[in-house]
Ligand binder design. Structure first.
Ligand code: GDP
Ligand code: CA
Length: 325
């Protein structure tokens, strides 16, 4: 299936953390590496011990730089926690696990921010330090933060995700700061010139939804001529990890491929679903979507690159068919 890649082909990957990083690694290991640019999620960002932490962006950088703790799917490999233990002894809240090597990233990000360097520029420097060759763009340089409404009130995303282990029922989600946020020109330009916008199997509400919450980003995708294809993060109607299921439910969507499709229906051309969800294909096709049914569980780098190659190949084929019509 390895075919030569047209040099002017342009692929944009919208990516959250763990699911996003798997897709990014798949593209990085495929024949499409040189034509792929990533737009990451910044709405899980928060401040801890005075430091600005950007978990999804760091997961992308550490994964692509092969510095990730592969067991966890986040954080640095060979990590130690001396600083956090000391902060704990000082009476600080240390439920957000930040390792010693990881803290260097947060110290650097925070000090650069204080000097007026944009989040985008800081991301580029961090990516370069870890040898990441795929460009990582941010949807906005403004602060946008996902908040989760529970019976106990509004929580920051990390309070819900890490401190409360995603246990509370989700009543509502908001993207604080999104409505007034300004998209980065580079993300808008990248989307406008893309042939394919590929949505990673990330949480549709809090990872991809938070990127799309930057109004100009969603508008750019709706306006672009790109073929938009998403990989479902559900396998057999279940998430592999994380709260995508309860978040789909809180958004009034069903917890299956149909619910994922509905998150993107205004601009989606195709949905990639797992073999286990094959029974959803007819409904999706009835909505006018192209459907690729294939195994979507990615553990090894081969599985990542095989799936992503297949997804891009499918998008290119369907797109060419559409042009002929
Ligand atoms: P987070 O920011 O770390 O929570 O990660 P993302 O939002 O990028 O991705 C979380 C989603 O990835 C979850 O809903 C998982 O079900 C999904 N996911 C993780 N691994 C895989 C995989 O190998 N295949 C598929 N299809 N989905 C996956
Ligand atoms: Ca995340």
């Amino acid at each position: 299936m390895v075919s030569p890649v047209a040099k002017n082909l342009k692929i944009t990957l919208l990516a959250g953390g763990v699911g996003g990083a798997k897709a990014a690694e798949g593209l990085a290991a495929s024949q499409y590496a040189s034509v792929t640019t990533i737009i990451g999620n910044i709405a899980d960002d928060d401040e801890f011990h005075g430091l600005w932490v950007s978990p999804d962006i760091d997961t992308l950088i550490y994964s692509l730089g092969d510095q990730i703790d592969r067991e966890q799917g986040w954080g640095r490999k060979n990590e130690t926690h001396q600083v956090l233990n000391e902060l704990n002894a000082l009476g600080e809240n240390t439920w957000m696990t930040l390792g010693d090597l990881d803290l260097a990233t947060h110290i650097y990000r925070t000090s650069q921010k204080a000097k007026g360097v944009t989040a985008s520029e800081i991301t580029t420097t961090l990516a370069k330090r870890h040898g990441v060759t795929l460009p990582i763009l941010l949807p906005t340089n403004d602060v946008v933060q996902t908040r989760v409404k529970t019976l106990a009130g509004w929580l920051s995303f990390q309070e819900f995700f890490v401190r409360e282990h995603c246990k509370p029922d989700v009543l509502d989600i908001e993207y604080k700061g999104a409505a007034d946020s300004v998209a980065t020109p580079e993300a808008l330009e990248q989307i406008a010139k893309s042939d394919i916008v590929l949505i990673a199997p990330s949480n549709p509400i809090v990872s991809i939804g938070a990127i799309l919450a930057v109004p100009e980003i969603q508008q750019a995708i709706e306006k672009s001529n790109a073929y938009v294809i998403a990989v479902s993060p559900l396998i057999g109607g279940k998430t592999i990890k994380g709260p995508a299921d309860k978040m789909l439910e809180s958004a009034g969507k069903s917890i299956d491929s149909k619910g994922v499709y509905q998150c993107y229906e205004h601009f989606l051309n195709a949905l990639v679903i797992d073999d286990l969800d094959q029974s959803d294909a007819a409904w999706l096709e009835g909505q006018g979507a192209d459907v690729l049914v294939t195994p979507t569980l990615m553990k090894t780098v081969e599985e990542k690159s095989n799936l992503l190659s297949k997804v891009v190949h499918f998008a290119l084929t369907q797109r060419a068919k559409g042009e002929k019509k």
